[in-house]
Design a protein around this ligand. Structure first.
Ligand code: HEC
Ligand code: HEC
Ligand code: HEC
Length: 423
């Protein structure tokens, strides 16, 4: 009995210690700052940083106002909703001081002291400079205040208990400033600073561990998952069949389309939407930095010939070939009567050459919405028109015809999974 009591006491002390370590004080409320108090140049700088940081993508619901929150982010641990970060005093961050905002961006702690989920990419924002964080604050505080409360998060128990996040941070949140590399150009260094911090490109393009922590080092940019899509490697393992040069990357990031590759579909669409509205010099810096990451990719060394094995593919998948001719060829064959301006040929896109079929499947299920402006590339969604089997057969047909890797197995199950994980 005494022994049990001792164990109980030790457990109690451990829990108390953990809670004490997780504790962060609230930062006092301040009156909402007068929007006229911020210098216009600082606000403009913040606007550019917000676009580079893609803030609106997670902080605007489908039918909601910009920055008013409510966008659902599905994770393996539940659904987390982007907060209202307009300056509304009651439902937004209107009463946050610059210090409270800075702590949220660096440490992932809310004004009231609660730990925030890393779905908010503070692990990247931690390395943003003070001046840039203050400019973002000035930008947000001069937006229209919107009264809106996002839905409550739906986490699997016990992960709704925020102090647990202190443990996660202890393990994985290691803020490090981005050190300039003197051997590289100023533009390269600017691209690295933006890409590794605000633009958080690794958040989707790097694989994650069991607890959703990003893998770094040799695994950086080695391909990851986002909203049911696959963000392919953008390092030396890039499966692209056409080189990602600085010019091509710059065009892709600024227009959502590279005529040497394909359109930015799925979660990459909003990234390009925001970059199209950011400072062109900053986007070019990103292009310089990421073309550098892909300088040793196979296509950067030699672009393969892309055969069209139409006879073989038709023999193997006759039903899919008929479906394709009826539903897809109108846009995707070079003889197509209805050519879509600037649409690249199917085999040039990276999806058909990835080591998994996910992006090819999602493009067919969800189509392509013009990523940057209404006149951009468009493809209808087939999720309601084709069943899992039909999508699987078309994918098998396309891969047999144009693919460069081994045939993808279990396609029907993959389609079902892709439907389930779609956001
Ligand atoms: C990938 C999605 C994502 C992006 C991009 C993103 N956020 Fe968030 N943010 C979230 C989520 C989710 C939360 C809520 C986290 C929680 O409830 O623990 C959040 C919370 C916040 C909070 C805390 C608000 C509060 O009331 O506690 C601030 C401040 C914030 N974000 C600012 C920004 C800024 C500024 C940017 C752009 C530089 C940005 N966020 C980009 C997902 C995102
Ligand atoms: C929200 C998740 C997300 C973020 C953030 C993101 N990407 Fe992507 N990216 C994707 C997905 C998903 C795809 C595949 C889309 C497709 O097939 O059209 C993709 C595709 C790409 C491609 C095309 C690769 C190829 O070979 O076709 C490039 C290049 C790229 N991203 C670069 C970037 C850069 C640079 C950044 C940071 C500025 C970035 N991405 C941020 C999700 C993301
Ligand atoms: C209205 C024209 C249109 C129709 C119809 C259409 N697509 Fe597309 N498709 C596009 C456009 C535009 C894009 C984006 C530009 C690009 O990536 O080639 C695209 C992209 C794709 C991609 C990804 C890009 C790549 O190169 O890998 C795939 C795969 C694809 N379509 C397959 C299909 C299939 C299968 C069908 C029929 C079920 C179909 N499309 C019907 C216009 C169309």
């Amino acid at each position: 009995m005494t022994r049990l009591r001792w164990i109980g006491l030790i457990v109690l002390i451990a829990v108390a210690l953990a809670i004490a370590m997780a504790y962060r004080p609230a930062i006092a409320e301040t009156p909402r700052p007068d929007p006229r108090a911020f210098a216009p140049a600082v606000v403009a700088r913040g606007a550019n940083l917000a676009r580079l940081g893609n803030c609106v993508s997670c902080h605007q619901a489908a039918a909601g106002k910009p920055y008013a929150g409510g966008y659902p982010i599905k994770t393996a641990f539940g659904t987390i909703y982007g907060s209202n970060i307009t300056p509304d005093a009651d439902t937004g961050i209107g009463r946050w001081s610059p210090a409270a905002f800075r702590r949220a961006m660096r440490d992932g702690v809310g004004r009231d002291g609660s730990h925030l989920y890393p779905a908010f990419p503070y692990t990247h924002y931690a390395a943003v400079t003070d001046a840039d964080i203050d400019a973002l604050y000035a930008f947000l505080m001069t937006r229209p205040a919107v009264r809106a409360t996002p839905p409550a998060n739906e986490m699997i128990p016990p992960l709704g208990f925020r102090p647990l996040l202190a443990g996660w941070k202890l393990l994985f949140h290691r803020p490090r400033p981005v050190q300039p590399d003197a051997t590289q150009s100023a533009a390269w260094n600017r691209g690295r600073y933006i890409g590794e911090t605000l633009a958080h490109c690794t958040a989707c393009h790097s694989p994650r561990g069991l607890l959703q922590q990003e893998k770094r080092g040799a695994k950086a940019y080695d391909g990851g998952w986002s909203g049911g899509w696959y963000a392919p490697p953008i390092n030396a393992r890039s499966p692209a069949v056409r080189a990602w040069t600085v010019e091509r990357m710059n065009t892709y990031l600024r227009t959502g389309l590279s005529r040497h590759h394909a359109a930015a579909a799925g979660p990459m669409g909003p990234v390009t939407y925001n970059l199209a509205r950011a400072d062109p010099a900053d986007v070019r810096a990103l292009a310089i930095y990421y073309a550098w990451w892909m300088r040793d990719a196979p296509a950067a060394r030699r672009e393969p010939l892309l055969p069209d094995r139409i006879a073989l593919a038709t023999r193997r998948h006759p039903a899919a070939a008929r479906l394709y001719t009826g539903a897809c060829a109108v846009c995707h064959e070079s003889s197509a009567a209805m050519m879509v301006a600037g649409r690249p040929a199917l085999p040039l896109g990276t999806p058909l050459h990835e080591d998994n079929p996910r992006d090819t499947i999602q493009v067919i299920l969800q189509g392509v919405r013009p990523p940057v402006s209404a006149g951009g590339p468009f493809m209808p969604a087939y999720a309601d028109m084709l069943d899992d089997r039909q999508v699987a057969e078309i994918v098998a047909y396309l891969q047999a015809r144009h693919g460069t890797g081994p045939a993808w197995p279990d396609l029907e199950a993959e389609v079902a999974k892709a439907r389930k994980e779609a956001q």
